[in-house]
Design a protein around this ligand. Structure first.
Ligand SMILES: [Zn+2]
Length: 173
C-alpha cells in the first residue's frame, strides 16, 4: 500500500488485509483465509476513511457497486443460504465491507460470524466450498470487469511491505 495517508497502527493501511483478487486504484477486493468461512471476502477502500458519508457520492456508488458485484459472484459460485453484508469498523476504523456466504449449518448461523460459535460445520461441505475458491476468485474478477471497472496492476509503483501479508482473523472486527 502507498504509505502517504496511512495510519501506522491500521492493519488495512499496513497490509492488503487478505489475498487481493481485484484492485482499481480506489479500492481492493480481498479473500479472507478463514477456516469456517470459505466464502468470506472484503471490499476495502484504499485510503484511510472512517465512514461511508466521508466519501463523495460517486465514490460511494462505486464502492457499493463493487460490493454488489462481489455479492453476485459469491451467490453464483457458492449458492449460499444467505449473504451477509456488513460494515462495522469498530475495531479497524478503515472503511471496508464484509461479504460473507452463510449457510444454515455454518459455525454461527443464524448469528453474525462474530457471535458465539454454535457448532462445527460439516467438513465435507467446507471442503467442497474450499475447492470452489479458485472459481470464485476468477468469477469475482470477471464480474467486476463485466461491470466496466478497470483493474490496475497490483502494487504498481507502490513501495511498502506487501510481502508481509497478513490475514487477520474475522473475530478482529
Ligand atoms: Zn487505514
Amino acid at each position: 500500500m502507498s504509505g502517504a495517508a496511512a495510519t501506522a497502527a491500521c492493519p488495512l493501511c499496513a497490509t492488503d488485509g487478505g489475498t487481493v483478487l481485484w484492485r482499481d486504484g480506489r479500492l481492493r477486493v480481498v479473500a479472507v483465509d478463514d477456516a469456517d468461512y470459505p466464502g468470506f471476502l472484503r471490499v476495502i477502500w484504499d485510503t484511510h476513511v472512517r465512514e461511508m458519508s466521508e466519501l463523495d457520492a460517486a465514490a460511494r456508488v462505486h464502492l457499493m457497486e463493487v460490493v454488489f458485484a462481489v455479492e453476485s459472484a459469491v451467490r453464483r459460485v457458492l449458492a449460499p443460504d444467505k449473504i451477509n453484508l456488513a460494515s462495522l469498523g469498530n475495531v479497524v476504523p478503515h472503511l471496508h465491507w464484509h461479504v460473507i456466504a452463510r449457510y444454515a449449518d455454518d459455525a454461527h448461523f443464524p448469528d453474525p460470524v462474530w457471535g458465539v460459535r454454535r457448532r462445527d460445520p460439516d467438513p465435507a461441505r467446507l471442503a467442497a466450498q474450499r475447492a470452489k475458491r479458485p472459481e470464485l476468485h476468477r468469477v469475482v474478477a470477471e464480474m467486476l470487469q463485466a461491470s466496466g471497472f478497470s483493474p490496475v496492476p497490483a502494487e504498481a509503483g507502490a513501495g511498502g511491505d506487501a510481502d508481509r501479508e497478513q490475514n487477520p482473523p474475522h473475530s478482529a472486527d
